[in-house]
Design a protein around this ligand. Sequence first.
Ligand SMILES: Nc1ncnc2c1ncn2[C@@H]1O[C@H](COP(=O)(O)OP(=O)(O)OP(=O)(O)O)[C@@H](O)[C@H]1O
Length: 240
Amino acid sequence: MFLKKVTLLRENIASYEHYPFSIPSIKTLHELDFRSNVLFFVGENGSGKSTLLEAIADKCEFNTAGGGRNNHYEVHASESALGEYIRLSWLPKITNGFFLRAESFYHFASHIDQVDTKGFKDYGGRSLHKQSHGESFLSLFLHRFKGKAIYLLDEPEAALSPAKQLAFLKVLHDLVSKGDSQFIIATHSPILLGYPNATILSFDNGCIEEIQYEATDHYQITKYFLQHREKFLADLLMNE
Ligand SMILES: Nc1ncnc2c1ncn2[C@@H]1O[C@H](COP(=O)(O)OP(=O)(O)OP(=O)(O)O)[C@@H](O)[C@H]1O
């Protein structure tokens, strides 16, 4: 593990009226201690997961549009509003890693098309634009991710089928157990969240707090849906 703690520099914040400090989970944040190599951010849409993940990416000096330290390209409105208001505590400090932002991955692929000189060796041997969305994500995980590094992933499941989400968990497991990598992942996937011994932080209820897998909405709603699909849909769709 490399990144041990994130501290919100509250003394530098003049007001909590506006974004990003108005987000309830950020407004109440003081510091977060990280205790495992795999950490998930969960919570309702709009609860602040991407805002914090992007701020961590910014402080890691990764491209906040997606990429590592050496991926210099720009995407409109991808800068972090929170980055300059947090402090990261490392032991030891590392600089290797990647910020995956599913929504702007297309721009990252175009950037790689422009700068790659190694026959796309780090991406499975083909332009990311010539791979399907899911194939391109897995190529990145399989070929570019390696060694002592920190990976910040915002909804990596966005492009992955359930079977490929399981394949991703195997890649993640190999990187964590053999390569000493650290992952922080914002996700809505009940499959990814099931990774053993991960820490899950919930951004719901106006704060950021640890939650057990079985207590997440993602687990409970998916489980109930699969076990009671007809009743669930009848209640949802038929009743006024
Ligand atoms: N650039 C911005 N300016 C103003 N408000 C913003 C900006 N970006 C995000 N927000 C607001 O901040 C809140 C948190 O957004 P954020 O993207 O961090 O949520 P999230 O938990 O990642 O959601 P999701 O699960 O939908 O990805 C939302 O209410 C959103 O509308």
